[in-house]
Design a protein. Structure first.
Length: 101
């Protein structure tokens, strides 16, 4: 719950942006969320590596008019429960969290 409300904290080294659909600033903010999820929340183990290798699969969520209804790519939609999926949504589309709730 704390991570959902407050987001990541601490220093995070941002790698080069592998996407064509996120600006460097948006990528940095999204990566911070993904990196810390992976680091401190056991259910998200492996999500940072998956995102970096498959970032194009998240573009659908980012571009969607209803991203709160889009399934997460890979194993993540089945692996995570509804609240955990909202944490991922917040990384990409914080503007849609109210609708997801």
């Amino acid at each position: 719950m704390r991570f959902f409300l407050a987001g990541p904290s601490g220093d995070i080294t941002i790698p080069p942006n592998p996407t064509k659909w996120l600006s460097d600033l948006d990528f940095a903010e999204t990566y911070k969320q993904i990196y810390k999820m992976n680091e401190i929340l056991p259910a998200f183990a492996g999500i940072e590596e998956f995102f970096m290798k498959n970032s194009h699969e998240f573009e659908r969520i980012y571009d969607s008019e209803t991203p709160e209804l889009e399934p997460l790519p890979g194993v993540w939609n089945k692996k995570l429960h509804a609240f955990q999926r909202m944490i991922v949504l917040k990384a990409f589309r914080p503007d849609k969290i109210t609708l997801a709730i």
